[in-house]
Design a protein around this ligand. Structure first.
Ligand SMILES: [Ca+2]
Ligand SMILES: [Ca+2]
Ligand SMILES: [Ca+2]
Ligand SMILES: [Ca+2]
Length: 404
């Protein structure tokens, strides 16, 4: 049975100039007052922008996940049928990993929940025991990281848990030490460090090795920022002044402290991509503690250092998560930014230089929109969106139908 449960998303996606942004994205009460005016404006702007971009997403389709307060999601083919599936982690309850198997065409089955060793926050996917079946790594609020080995049919084994820092906020997996086994890095926002666990290739891990970070590390992303073949890390820290700290990977899986960069207050998430097409990886960081919400861009120099370059506004406020993809197929990376206050996702088209082109698209998701991940869910080659909704306990799927 298909669990698709479209909520009332009759509203058309809005594409607007910044000037009218505040008008459109006011409070719900203001929204009601402004509705007739807004619709008139929308029709004008939709007409005006119709030829500017073919970019368009279908309205969100929301699926229930459990037990409650979903916080992150990942996309992979767990049952090996060639169709992407969803894994969603929740910060409440023990059955905190929900698996939604894909039907094809971008729809998903009813969630099946698994014990992940306790309430969970971040998730990463990989084949941690090298058996050809994808597994889950889940950070638990109780101070452990749990591995759920996949059976290859979409089901998972009971969790194997490893002690790490007190609060796992973000988690990435890659082979840091070039031994062919996936390793883990976990941001610990209570003890202010990144824990690195080297994989043994059988689903177990050594470590952790802790690397101190600036206070309250919340976001974590990986990439080879200095092009030496070793994975490097970027960590956002929500200290008094927001900071992005870079750790440069060594060939043996250890990390050296790199440079740090000031960004806006409360940088929650960081995404990696080559925004200006110079072959060097760049960073996009969401800054939450601002109205309107902001994204700060740091362009990579290719040697592990970055140049803070562009700052632009992405939503009314509460910009909490960012993902990068070329949504309209013009060869330039675009931005998908979760707006936690407006409960939806803002799409801004990249200008190929780290900045954005004028205009926005906005799509409502569920209440408590929190996290976004990008993947081609229906196999048409265009990147789609998955957004977790922390309050309505749903995951939203938005299919990209804008590409020719
Ligand atoms: Ca496996
Ligand atoms: Ca390894
Ligand atoms: Ca590197
Ligand atoms: Ca670049």
């Amino acid at each position: 049975m298909i669990a698709a449960r479209p909520e009332s998303f009759a509203r058309r996606p809005t594409q607007l100039t910044g000037r009218f942004y505040g008008l459109i994205y006011g409070t719900a009460r203001l929204e009601a007052v402004l509705k007739p005016f807004r619709q008139a404006l929308l029709s004008i702007f939709l007409l005006a922008s119709a030829s500017a971009s073919a970019l368009q997403f279908r309205p969100a389709v929301n699926y229930a996940v459990g037990p409650s307060n979903p916080r992150a999601a990942a996309v992979a083919d767990f049952n090996q049928d060639g169709i992407p599936d969803l894994a969603v982690v929740s910060t409440n309850g023990t059955q905190s990993v929900s698996i939604l198997l894909g039907n094809g065409g971008g729809t998903f089955q009813t969630a099946v929940n698994y014990d992940a060793g306790g309430p969970s926050q971040p998730i990463a996917i990989g084949d941690f025991n090298n058996d050809g079946k994808l597994d889950l790594a889940v950070g638990n609020l109780a101070g452990t990281v749990s591995i759920l080995l996949g059976n290859g049919d979409g089901s998972f084994q009971p969790p194997l848990s490893y002690p790490v820092g007190a609060c796992s906020c973000a988690l990435v997996a890659a082979d840091f030490n070039h031994d062919g086994n996936l390793d883990l890095a976990i941001a610990d926002s209570t003890d202010n460090k990144v824990d690195v666990l080297l994989g043994k290739g059988d689903g177990t891990f050594g470590g952790p090795e802790g690397y101190p970070t600036p206070a309250i590390p919340l976001g974590l992303a990986l990439g080879d920022f200095n092009d030496d073949g070793n994975v490097d890390l970027a960590v956002t820290s929500a200290a008094a002044q927001g900071i992005v700290a870079v750790f440069i990977g060594n060939e043996n899986g250890t990390f050296a402290v790199g440079d740090s960069y000031l960004v806006g207050r409360e940088p929650i998430s960081v995404a990696v991509g080559d925004l200006n097409a110079d072959g060097k990886l760049d960073l996009a960081v969401t800054v939450r503690d601002l109205t309107p919400g902001r994204v700060d861009v740091l362009l990579g120099n290719g040697d592990g250092t970055f140049a803070p370059t562009a700052r632009w506004y992405a939503g009314a406020s509460g910009t909490i998560c960012v993902a990068l993809a070329d949504f309209n197929g013009n060869g330039k990376l675009d931005f998908a930014v979760v707006d936690q206050v407006l409960n939806g996702i803002v799409i801004r088209r990249g200008n190929g230089k780290g900045g954005v082109r004028p205009g926005h698209l906005f799509y409502p998701t569920g209440i408590g929109a929190d996290f976004v991940v990008v993947a081609d869910l229906n196999g048409d080659g265009a990147p789609d969106l998955v957004v977790t909704n922390n309050t309505s306990d749903t995951v939203s799927v938005l299919l990209n139908e804008g590409r020719p």
